[in-house]
Design a protein around this ligand. Structure first.
Ligand SMILES: Cc1ncc(COP(=O)(O)O)c(C=O)c1O
Length: 275
């Protein structure tokens, strides 16, 4: 028997099932946006930013083009200088390193905890040098990192803590909600994420007014060094348009249900490697 006869594709996730449950809200949001002719940075984006900030328990949320753009904008808004080192877990999606790299920083990889796959604070401590400007804590597979040791390291060395929460909408460690742990947190609304938009989309969350102001300026291209930002803004525009069409807003209310649906679908052999 050939391999093609014995194997079949296992779909990763069927978005149509989840979308079907909120189809009328999605249709109404799209229709409303078209009626208003308000495609980029309009009322829907503002509403979604406010909703999402509240959902994460922070004061500011800035809609951007993608999770990668969020990581780039957060790195810049936190004042990481070109050439500075940013510590990134060796086990993650490539964008955890690409965001800081696009911002001019140098990603430096550190080991992860073997049991969880999350960044290992001991390995972070061993990787910090005088050139380190930030740590990217990636909340992988819906698991939130323990904030305490990472916060302590960041404070002790006077460096920034950035959360990559692209895979962790709604996740928490104890009472600490992903998105509220770092100096800035980055989310992705790529369609297959727990909260997926109608295309690319992302968010930078922060409680820091100065980081929020600078992040908004970067999104608005309100900076003098335009060459450095043009490519990223084209990407941001596409994602913000997607959010403005209301897809992400329409889904926010159903995010916990979406996470539960996915949890219910997950098979123990995938989730628990030792099972
Ligand atoms: C951990 C992680 N970080 C960042 C990203 C980048 O997000 P985006 O695809 O929206 O740029 C992803 C997306 O897959 C991700 O899984």
């Amino acid at each position: 028997m050939s391999t093609s006869e014995t194997t079949s594709a296992v779909p990763f996730v069927d978005l149509s099932i989840m979308h079907g449950e909120i189809q009328s809200e999605i249709d109404a949001a799209i229709a409303g946006t078209i009626e208003r002719g308000d495609f980029i940075l309009g009322a829907e984006v503002e509403r979604f930013e406010a909703d999402f900030a509240g959902y994460c328990g922070v004061r500011h949320a800035i809609g951007v083009g993608s999770g990668t753009a969020a990581l780039q904008i957060a790195t810049l808004a936190l004042g990481v200088e070109p050439g500075a080192e940013v510590i990134v877990p060796a086990h993650t999606y490539i964008a955890s390193a690409l965001g800081p790299l696009h911002a001019g920083a140098v990603p430096v990889f550190c080991e992860v905890d073997e049991a969880t796959g999350l960044i290992d604070p001991g390995a972070v401590a061993a990787t910090i040098t005088e050139r380190t400007a930030a740590i990217v804590a990636v909340h992988l597979y819906g698991q939130a990192c323990d904030p305490a040791p990472l916060r302590a390291l960041a404070d002790r060395h006077g460096i920034a803590l950035i959360e990559d929460a692209a895979q962790a909408h709604g996740a928490s460690f104890g009472d600490a909600r992903a998105g509220s742990i770092g100096d800035a947190a980055c989310f992705s609304f790529y369609p297959s994420k727990n909260l997926g938009a109608f295309g690319d989309g992302g968010m930078v969350c922060t409680d820091d007014d100065a980081v929020a102001d600078l992040g908004e300026d970067l999104v608005d291209n309100d900076v003098s060094d335009r060459d450095q930002f043009e490519a990223r803004l084209a990407e941001a525009d596409a994602g913000i348009e997607a959010a403005a069409r209301g897809m992400a807003s329409g889904e926010l209310a159903s995010c916990p249900a979406t996470c539960a649906y996915r949890g219910g679908c997950a098979h123990p052999s995938i989730c628990r490697l030792e099972a």
